[in-house]
Design a protein around this ligand. Sequence first.
Ligand code: SIN
Length: 540
Amino acid sequence: MTESIYTPDVVIVGGGIAGLTVALNLAPRKVCVITKNTLGVNTSSSWAQGGIAASIDKNDSNEDHVTDTLKTAKGLADEDVVRTIVNESSNVIKDLEEIGVQFDKNPDGSFNLGLEGAHSFNRIVRSKGDSSGIEIMRGLIEEVKSAKHLTILENISIDSIMSENNIIYGVIGRLTDKNIPDNHVVIQSPQVVLATGGLGGIYANTTNPRSSYGEGIALAAQAGATLTDMEFVQFHPTGLDFGLDPTPLATEAIRGEGALLVNQNNERFMFEVHPNNELAPRDIIAQNIFKQIEKGNSVFLDCRNKIFKNFKDRFPQVYSYCIKADINPEEELIPIIPVAHYHIGGVKTNLKGQTSIRGLWCCGEVAATHVHGANRLASNSLLESLVFGKIVAKEINSQPLEKERELISPSFIKTYKEKTKNKIMAKKYIWQLRSSMMRNLGIVRNKVSILRGLTEIIKIERESRGLSAKLNDMILVSKFIIIGAFKRMESRGCHLRSDFLESKKEFLKHIDQSQSSLERDIQTILKERNILKKEQSLAS
Ligand code: SIN
């Protein structure tokens, strides 16, 4: 076994928009950025179709943007955090333009702003219609390449945060290249920033890349950090139902430009549900599409409207997915399904991006800043990543540089060698887990489905016996979602419980969890399951 050792001032795990923004703003501190793939490849950031929400239209205001965000969040957003991101929105767009990022403009030079669900104004700053992520990442990567303070370590998977007594020592990982076995990388650093993205990959239907399975949440939990809001998984209403995994997205901006949602009978079912029809909040649309599917209907995006004559240029990514599936979106209906898209919960952070562990920071989707509450307003997440990327960097920069610490690597290296074996065998269990989470903890949950979900995950855990680090992380993260969903005995935002359809005042709070509370919580739920089983057998 070989091992490489690095000793930067800060190590950032994740090379998406959040991670790179933190990295660039940390100069002149010495920084290592760890990416799982080649920089920019297979990250949620590069796949982002929507853009950055910013109240820059002359009729719009920060106050309106704050109001829309709070209204969508259903009582659980932290207003201070919301104001922080909204007030910074025009600055982060300026920053991006300064490094050469090109946004869509009107002939008079003003921004060509898109409209997405639950926004009361056209407010989405975007690139080439549906290619914002690609363009922002292009700009950031160019900057990163010329930044002298940065070292990018690509194709590395992090196995653990090295921590002891609530003190961070760095991270340990390994090269993902199968041809170089047992090649470990130890990055000793007093400051670790997790910017690992979301967890859609634990669901059978998701827009997220395969590498987004909640790895950062698992790493942080194992290091002892507090998690929060784990039950809030946001489903996007319009995944392109072409039988692909991951499911390609059809951006909400298409509906913003007039596309309709219809079933196979050409009925606009959103019409009777919400006054904003196809531009209702995302949770309401996803839930109503789900209802249609439950009834046996198929659901389609209808872009055959006259305004879509140049669909190809306005939404080039979606167009190319459709053409590959042999569908001409200007003439034919596009089949869609709701898909796991964004995780609102995650590692609990304060207004500075700090977690409950000194030296451990989180930024982007992995972090739960309480900015989105129980339901995220579209395109607020890139904004959050960009604003918090700067905040986290500023906070770290304001702290004195710590003197070098002893490496504590040898015991870690042994453990993680064990963790990574039998990756191929794990595939079957990974699929079982993803399909269980989709069936039991998807758009609609209830006590019975949550208990079934827990039983199935425990069975997968028992049978797979620690086959792979990825599967172990997925099991752990699923359990946290199950516990959050079980404890939140109400419906709020994107958490819909068919056995508690109303929101309740007593749940106007966040549900925090940690590794230390996990076993106790699971035992409590299992007791409930046994009671339910007894009741069911008495009734039959
Ligand atoms: C979309 O383009 O519809 C997604 C935007 C987002 O998830 O914020």
